[in-house]
Design a protein around this ligand. Structure first.
Ligand SMILES: Nc1ncnc2c1ncn2[C@@H]1O[C@H](COP(=O)(O)OP(=O)(O)O)[C@@H](O)[C@H]1O
Ligand SMILES: N[C@@H](CCC(=O)OP(=O)(O)O)C(=O)O
Length: 385
């Protein structure tokens, strides 16, 4: 769908496909309950955007928030079981509101609930891509949320910011618009004296010194940290991002100078590498010797068992692991080709020996270079997550 990446905000006004993510804090009133007036205001903006010729995919949070009132909860639940139950109750309510609000403009919506796996595992990815593309072809507005009722802590994103970035990749969006309860990224939380709006970010360097350590709203998750992770995933794959408040959604979608514009920094990449770099939870660590660090980091080769001196964690073949240098630095992340049970018997041994003693199948890479991403020094904002 995307012809060429958007270079300027103004081009956003004529984008063909846009993903809009709205946070719980933009859909709720001060008491934390779903606010149908705010929801309708957003729908009006999206309908206008559609009428102007753009396809719109909505990633909406708010399922858990929507259940706080009906379930008589005092606040957003913290334990997984109650979050799952609340999401199950709230998601239906949320989508019922959207269905009605869009129907009043003659538009249909389609609910799509995804887990992290659906956005990265190849077969699931194709499935989700096919369903979303067909929904758009049929003129439907897809409304996406994480499938919170079945996602466990190990496999879930827990925040829709990164999910929205992967969805943008999945549907080949021209841009991602993140709507929240602040009008832009600031140099520090906007409540802090002296905090200034940042109008444009051209790359990670522009984020140096930015303070995002303050928690967000009581109903939202992740605050600004997960939004910047989302930005890194999308922009690193050629999709620019605008971050602003729901109140300024119309101006943002029209390409006006509101919020913060994050320019695309990279080209489209395989989605599993984006997931690996930014979103996956690692299941283990491989301790490398100096030679292996040089091979992986400088020569960009696969990691062979001969260069690994120790292993930690409990993982299956295909799980994400960290590659750690002798000084303790994490230098890369990769999808490991063997399980934690198998790895110890392979360590430090040449592929030749492994083939001779264990047979073909054991003489291959521990982490193939196609399944490896280098980890640059983590920016300060990422360590406060
Ligand atoms: N540097 C910053 N600039 C803007 N907002 C920030 C910054 N640091 C922290 N925040 C907080 O991030 C919050 C948005 O995150 P969150 O509550 O998770 O929103 P949502 O529900 O929309 O996902 C804002 O309310 C704001 O207080
Ligand atoms: N899937 C959850 C949303 C979690 C989340 O990311 O919330 P937010 O930080 O408000 O975007 C829900 O619908 O409640």
């Amino acid at each position: 769908m995307t012809a060429a990446p958007l270079h300027t905000r103004a081009e956003l006004g004529s984008a063909s496909r846009v993903v809009v993510k709205v946070g719980s804090s933009s859909l709720t009133s001060a008491d934390g309950r779903l606010d149908p007036v705010r929801l309708r205001a957003l729908v009006d903006v999206l309908v206008e955007r559609r009428a102007a010729g753009s396809q719109v995919v909505l990633v909406s949070s708010g399922a858990i928030a929507a259940a706080i009132g009906p379930l008589g909860l005092a606040a957003r639940p913290r334990d997984l079981a109650t979050q799952q139950a609340a999401a199950s109750v709230g998601q239906g309510l949320l989508v019922a509101h959207y269905t009605k609000a869009f129907a009043d403009h003659g538009l249909r919506v389609g609910q799509v609930l995804l887990t992290a796996d659906d956005t990265v595992r190849r077969v699931h990815y194709r499935n989700a891509h096919r369903a979303l593309t067909r929904l758009l072809d049929l003129g439907v507005v897809p409304i996406i949320n994480e499938n919170d009722a079945v996602a466990t802590d190990e496999i879930r994103f827990g925040d829709n910011d990164r999910l929205a970035a992967l969805v943008s990749h999945l549907v080949h969006a021209d841009a991602l618009v993140l709507l929240t309860d602040v009008d832009a990224l600031y140099t520090a939380a906007p409540s802090q004296p002296g905090a200034r709006r940042i109008t444009r970010v051209d790359g990670p360097r522009d984020l140096e010194g930015i303070d995002v350590s303050r928690r967000g709203s009581a109903v939202g998750t992740g605050g600004m940290v997960t939004k910047l992770e989302s930005v890194a995933i999308a922009t690193g794959s050629g999709i620019p991002v605008v971050l602003t408040s729901a109140a300024q959604a119309a101006q943002a979608l029209a390409g006006q100078d509101v919020g913060t514009w994050f320019a695309a920094t990279g080209r489209r990449k395989p989605i599993r590498l984006l997931w690996l770099a930014h979103a996956a939870r690692v299941r283990g660590r491989l301790q490398l010797d100096e030679g292996a660090v040089r091979a992986v980091v400088e020569r960009r080769t696969s990691l062979l068992p001969a260069g690994v001196i120790a292993v930690e964690g409990s993982f299956e073949a295909g799980d994400p692991v960290e590659l750690v240098a002798p000084d303790g630095r994490v230098v890369a992340r990769g999808l490991v080709a063997f399980s934690a049970d198998e790895v110890p018997s392979l360590l430090g041994r040449s592929t030749h020996d492994l083939r001779r003693e264990l047979g073909a199948g054991y003489d291959r890479e521990l982490v193939h270079r196609d399944d490896l991403v280098l980890v640059r020094r983590r920016p300060a904002w990422a360590t406060s997550a």
